[in-house]
Unconditional design. Structure first.
Length: 192
């Protein structure tokens, strides 16, 4: 499926790639097949952080990374060490977004993972990963997620919960099927 839509860098085309069976045309561009990727004027760059940093360099306004080198390095660290330090860091900063009063690179790199949390909760039938009665750091992260959902740029790209759930369910079914095939294969081999 391909869609054209506006972005901060003008018009672009979105081409969704099946992550399980990436098409040959995509693998011919980049054999490891990491997504997303940008292609423009015969130039091709894959991987989320790399493509985001390229867009930041090509279109520096508004800035997504802090101007101050130490803060920029700290944000890059948190992008690479996604996980529990993030909630504590957001609470420590005391700002609505990691970047400050608006989303920046760290916010945008963390968002896709946060967007999927509700789907994991639903598919795994577990308690919410960000409970409403959580401590100060969890509340800060919940408030941040709510602000991110309402951001004009993020809201145009939000994937519906149903799509995330469907992906996780089909992924889970595929894993179970593969485990059954492997168990059957092992059983047959041990009978030989």
């Amino acid at each position: 499926m391909a869609l054209s839509s506006p972005c901060r860098c003008g018009r672009h085309e979105v081409v969704n790639v099946n992550l399980k069976t990436k098409p040959a045309w995509y693998l011919s561009l980049y054999e490891p097949g990491l997504v997303p990727a940008l292609e423009q004027d015969g130039l091709f760059v894959p991987e989320s952080l790399v493509t985001s940093e390229l867009l930041e360099e090509l279109h520096p306004t508004p800035a997504l990374l802090p101007a101050e080198p130490w803060r920029r390095a700290a944000d890059r660290f948190f992008i690479h060490s996604f996980g529990t330090p993030l909630a504590a860091e957001l609470a420590r900063r005391g700002t609505p977004f990691f970047f400050g009063d608006r989303p920046g690179m760290l916010d945008l790199m963390v968002w896709p993972w946060m967007e999927r949390l509700a789907a994991f909760t639903e598919v795994c039938r577990s308690r919410p990963l960000l409970p409403a009665d959580g401590d100060r750091t969890v509340r800060a992260l919940r408030e941040w997620a709510s602000l991110m959902e309402r951001d004009e740029h993020v809201s145009r790209c939000v994937t519906p919960l149903e799509d995330h759930v469907n992906y996780l369910v089909t992924h889970k079914v595929g894993i179970v099927a593969a485990q059954k095939r492997n168990a059957l294969k092992s059983s047959v081999e041990s009978d030989d």
